[in-house]
Design a protein around this ligand. Structure first.
Ligand SMILES: N[C@H](CCC[C@H](N)C(=O)O)C(=O)O
Length: 252
């Protein structure tokens, strides 16, 4: 089975395309395992669709299904273009809705689905939080990112069933550290988390559309808000493509 490994600003994925839509939770856990598998934060499987360029299945590393993945959408768009499944500008279907993406070399821009404020400002554990859904739910606190506390993040993730972001405006960039649901650890980048952090910082008057984003990986991304729609842009890398000698029936 041919699979591609992608990194989108440090958030990494295994990607392949097939024809059948089946439950792939177990293959996701197997492929994403960083010791016995390829190793990744998530699995993305592209499927034909009669109306859109493709439909996708997205699984976190623990095999859980997520409605959307911002960085994954950029990697999937690059994969689709590179494998002649779509043109440079494409539309594909996720559980969060239709995503539009544009590929320009190794730079990919994704338009996210409409965001929703889930819970307005509240205090908990010594921090001020908001919860935005930018395709998946995100808790965000604006603080010194050195205050990132993995144990607290784990507790908040469990209590609110959401990803957890600590964000800070520093030297003109929005720095974001994210504890990701379904990876159950801090990742090197989280696209929907960076966009949720942008919204909270915007609510506080700290940022404007076009601000540069800096995830844990240090790679630079950009978020834009046009007509109240979120776009985010950054590089993706096809680290390698491999033929896996696994039993193909595991994948199909
Ligand atoms: N872990 C997230 C999905 C992936 C989001 C993230 N990787 C992104 O780039 O948006 C969740 O289960 O809600």
């Amino acid at each position: 089975m041919v699979v591609s490994k992608y990194s989108a600003s440090g958030n990494d994925f295994v990607i392949y395309h097939v024809f059948k839509k089946i439950d792939r939770s177990n293959i996701a856990k197997k492929l994403c395992d960083r010791f016995n598998g390829v190793g990744a934060d998530g699995l993305i499987v592209l499927l034909p669709h009669e109306k859109y360029d493709f439909e996708w299945q997205f699984y976190n590393a623990d095999g859980s299904v997520a409605e959307m993945c911002g960085n994954g959408s950029r990697a999937a768009a690059h994969y689709a273009y590179k494998n002649n499944l779509a043109d440079k500008k494409m539309k594909f279907l996720t559980l969060a809705g239709v995503i539009e993406a544009e590929v320009e070399g190794n730079i990919v821009t994704s338009q996210l689905t409409p965001y929703k404020l889930i819970k307005d400002t509240f205090e908990e554990a010594g921090f001020e939080w908001k919860i935005y859904d930018t395709g998946v739910p995100h808790l965000v606190t604006i603080t010194d990112i050195e205050n990132f506390d993995k144990n607290l993040a784990r507790k908040m993730r469990e209590k609110y069933n959401a990803n957890v972001n600590f964000a800070q405006m520093k030297d003109g960039n929005l720095y974001v550290r994210t504890y990701e649901r379904g990876v159950e650890d801090e990742t090197l980048a989280c696209g929907t988390g960076m966009c949720a952090s942008f919204l909270v910082a915007r609510d506080k008057g700290l940022v404007a559309s076009g601000v540069k984003l800096r995830p844990k990986s240090g790679e630079e991304l950009e978020v834009m808000l046009k007509n109240d729609t979120l776009y985010f842009k950054g590089a993706v890398k096809n680290s390698f493509t491999a033929v896996l000698e696994e039993d193909e029936r595991d994948f199909l």
